[in-house]
Design a protein around this ligand. Structure first.
Ligand SMILES: Nc1ncnc2c1ncn2[C@@H]1O[C@H](COP(=O)(O)OP(=O)(O)OP(=O)(O)O)[C@@H](O)[C@H]1O
Length: 338
């Protein structure tokens, strides 16, 4: 039995499309422990959201979407669970917050009603008790005058307040795992920091595990414990956050790190960019998926898919030549203006 709160083992998610079957998630293994914040990073389209939604089995199943592998939550494989049991897990044991709260909140119900509905459904509270709890949750997420706000509709709130409501809803049933899919991307920077601080504070209070999907490596450095780097449906590197920033091993991770703006050094030089784009799911390379964008790629990289191997304690990398590359490039010095 898994000792982790959540453990994905070789998870695959296939979609049947008009142009045939594509594999958006191709053998992902990762874990989240209680009390930690796992960051999942990678460029747009690499499969972060599909991973998150697969955990909750949010895709329509039967022919259109098929899963393989294992999603162990507290040791039970969610892929073997009946849909009715899965519905009880969603919102109750595992909650999710999305980027755009407006598309997740129902515009015709007050925010109070929406939190109450989830509490009545999952926690079997009476309506009266659920209202009290809804107000308590809104207060906990820093919403001023919660007794008044509880009667308001989503469009009456600012973006930051709506995201606080989403957090209140997500945490009302005290889940063990929170999946946050770019929860602050749509907010301005000061509000982003408030929401992230709030999430971390509540993680401590409720003793949850958090899976945090983000593009923002600054956020990873500040708020996360471990990190998984994804590229075209697979994990290319996994490490503790401090390791990833001091000693990234995969050429893709190194590229991401170098593209973080630095205040020191010559600021007139151009910022590093990872040249090229992520290949399409209909055209997945047989060998290393990053090879077309990697200056170190050779025939082996084009022909054979690298395995995810351990390169240090708590660090794994999927690259045939990581040792050679790191030796050649020397110690990583953070973002350069290369
Ligand atoms: N229902 C679906 N049917 C077919 N393909 C899909 C479906 N949902 C997602 N995909 C494809 O799966 C791949 C991964 O998408 P995903 O949304 O997980 O990327 P992401 O890393 O979250 O990107 P972003 O940061 O832009 O949200 C993309 O190529 C996307 O087009």
């Amino acid at each position: 039995m898994s000792k982790h709160l959540l453990e994905l083992n070789e998870l695959k998610t296939h979609f049947q499309t008009e142009r045939g079957r594509v594999t958006a998630i191709d053998g992902i293994s990762l874990y989240v422990d209680t009390g930690e914040v796992l960051a999942v990073v990678g460029e747009s389209g690499c499969g972060k959201s599909v991973t998150a939604q697969s955990i909750l089995r949010l895709f329509e199943e039967g022919g259109i979407t098929t899963y393989e592998g294992e999603i162990a939550f507290e040791g039970e494989n969610l892929l073997d669970m009946s849909m009715s049991k899965m519905r009880r897990i969603r919102g109750n044991d595992i909650s999710m917050i999305f980027q755009d709260p407006l598309s997740s909140l129902n515009p015709v119900y007050t925010i109070g009603n929406q939190i109450v509905e989830s509490l009545v459904l999952h926690q079997k509270l009476s309506k009266e008790k659920a209202y009290e709890k809804a107000i308590e949750m809104l207060k906990l997420t820093g919403i001023p005058a919660p007794e008044k706000r509880v009667h308001e509709y989503p469009h009456e709130l600012s973006g930051g307040m709506r995201q606080r409501v989403m957090i209140a809803m997500a945490l009302a049933c005290q889940p063990k795992l929170l999946i946050a899919d770019e929860p602050t991307t749509a907010l301005d920077v000061t509000i982003q920091a408030q929401i992230l601080d709030l999430m971390i504070e509540l993680k401590e209070e409720f003793n949850m595990g958090v899976m945090f999907i983000t593009h923002d490596l600054g956020v990873v450095a500040q708020y996360c414990t471990r990190v998984v780097v994804m590229y075209l449906g697979e994990v290319v590197e996994e490490a503790e956050v401090t390791q990833l920033f001091s000693s990234p091993q995969h050429p893709y991770t190194k590229g991401l790190m170098k593209s973080i703006p630095q205040l020191e050094g010559d600021r007139t030089k151009k910022l590093h960019i990872v040249e090229g784009t992520v290949p399409s799911l209909e055209d997945v390379p047989v060998g290393c998926r990053f090879a077309a964008r990697c200056s170190y790629a050779d025939d082996k990289c084009l022909a054979e898919r690298p395995i995810l191997e351990s390169c240090a304690t708590n660090q794994k990398v999927r690259c045939w030549h990581y040792r050679k590359i790191t030796e050649k490039e020397g110690r990583f010095n953070g973002a350069t203006n290369a």
